[in-house]
Design a protein around this ligand. Structure first.
Ligand code: SF4
Length: 408
């Protein structure tokens, strides 16, 4: 896979050594077992795959190139380029300004933009409507477009099956930048609806089979369907795509549920089913799959706690948290400063979207066994910092260097 030029301070000697060592042994990426770092009083169980994905490295490289190439010009990002606070803070420190927040609220008016300005499109992509605004102002969005190729693949697939007459069902968070962008591109071509989870999918199925009053649909799915959507006609033939960072198993579950609904309701054989349900399995993002599968495999091992490192608004990271929370006490942290001391941790709780302070987070275990993974927008340097902090708190940093020799 292509390698990217990203600032060296995002890299980590420890993590690079482990990843290179594992890659050397497993070039085809078939082994999802975690890497183990064993100290006398601390054992790290590190997921096989985590950290910067292709799309994030690509976006960071383009953003820093934009800064390098345009000294003296005003440079804007449509919104957070990726959901990592350190990377976004670094870009702000370089003078970049965000035009919108992550929910699409305007921070800088379009009126303030001029044709000489540079506007970077984030890795999530953007809507056709925003592209049109920029072009009208004489700003070329394609100049520094960091839209991930795997997101574009979803758009291309949506366009193809849309052209074949299928309605697109997008599994995603309706307010997430990527889902808004995918929705925009898809609805330009074919009727489109967003479902956020299985509960909404089950409700949608009621409209497919006609057990729910069609009129209710428009209120129930308000803001999630394209203009002119006709619930009595537009759910006969569908294909499911996703926001690339959703849990792959959730998307597959949703697609399968809708497929079986259509198969049963229309009493279809396999050939008939193909005509009414488009196969879109190949749009799932490799990095999301790898990171989620690596966590699933890691969870087969024994540990006392799990630490998941990443931006608190990162969708893919929160899904890794969901997976870990099902199995063991899990703390979602930003960086090593969240490990306040050996007894106290500051961490984000997804259910109330607040930071909490928890005491006795390791339950007095010794030796302590910690599972670690991070999101696709988290620099490896942060993972190394967390490992170093753990070694300070629960063992001896010098013994960490010793333990790392197995990966050299
Ligand atoms: S998670 Fe996948 S789709 Fe999203 S930026 Fe990374 S590679 Fe692209």
């Amino acid at each position: 896979m292509k390698s990217f030029d990203v600032p060296i301070h995002y890299r980590s000697p420890i993590i690079t050594a482990i990843k290179s060592y594992r890659k050397g042994l497993d070039k085809l990426k078939k082994d999802f077992a975690p890497s183990i770092i064993r100290l006398p009083n601390l054992e790290i169980v590190l997921a096989r795959h985590f950290g910067f994905c292709y799309g994030v490295e690509n976006a960071i490289e383009i953003a820093f190139k934009a800064i390098h190439d345009n000294v003296g010009k005003r440079i804007f990002l449509l919104s957070e380029m990726i959901h990592n606070p350190q990377v976004n803070a670094d870009l702000i420190a370089e003078g970049l300004q965000f035009i919108m927040d992550t929910k699409g609220n305007q921070l800088i008016s379009w009126d303030e933009l001029h044709r000489e300005d540079i506007v970077i499109v984030p890795a999530f992509g953007t809507t056709l409507e925003i592209e049109a605004i920029l072009k009208e102002k004489g700003i070329e969005p394609a100049l520094y477009n960091t839209t991930c190729p795997f997101v574009e693949k979803v758009w291309n697939r949506s366009e193809k099956i849309g052209n074949d007459g299928y309605t697109i069902v997008v599994h995603g968070k309706p307010n997430h930048e990527e889902t808004r962008a995918t929705f925009s591109h898809s609805k330009a071509n074919t009727p489109t609806i967003v479902v956020k989870d299985m509960a909404q999918t089950e409700r949608l199925a009621q409209y497919i089979v006609g057990t729910e009053d069609a009129e209710k649909f428009y209120e129930e799915f308000k803001g999630q369907y394209s203009a002119g959507f006709d619930v009595t006609k537009d759910l006969h033939r569908i294909g499911v795509v996703n926001q690339t960072t959703m849990l792959a198993s959730d998307t597959q579950g949703i697609a399968e549920y809708l497929k079986q609904t259509i198969k049963t309701y229309y009493n279809l054989d396999e050939e008939g089913l193909k005509l009414q349900f488009a196969d879109t399995r190949d749009t799932l993002c490799y990095a999301t799959n790898d990171n989620q599968n690596a966590v699933t495999e890691m969870l087969q091992y024994e540990a006392d706690i799990a630490l998941v490192i990443g931006g608190y608004n990162s969708s893919n990271t929160s899904h890794l948290v969901d997976l870990c929370e099902e199995v063991l006490p899990t703390y979602f942290i930003n960086n090593e400063t969240c490990l306040i001391d050996a007894a106290t941790i500051k961490h984000f709780v997804l259910s109330d979207k607040q930071e909490h302070i928890t005491k006795d987070y390791t339950f007095g275990k010794s030796p302590l066994r910690v599972m670690i993974t991070s999101g696709a927008s988290c620099p490896d340097a942060l993972v190394e910092n967390v490992i170093r902090r753990l070694s300070e708190l629960f063992d001896d940093p010098e013994r960490l260097e010793e333990a790392m020799k197995q990966y050299q």
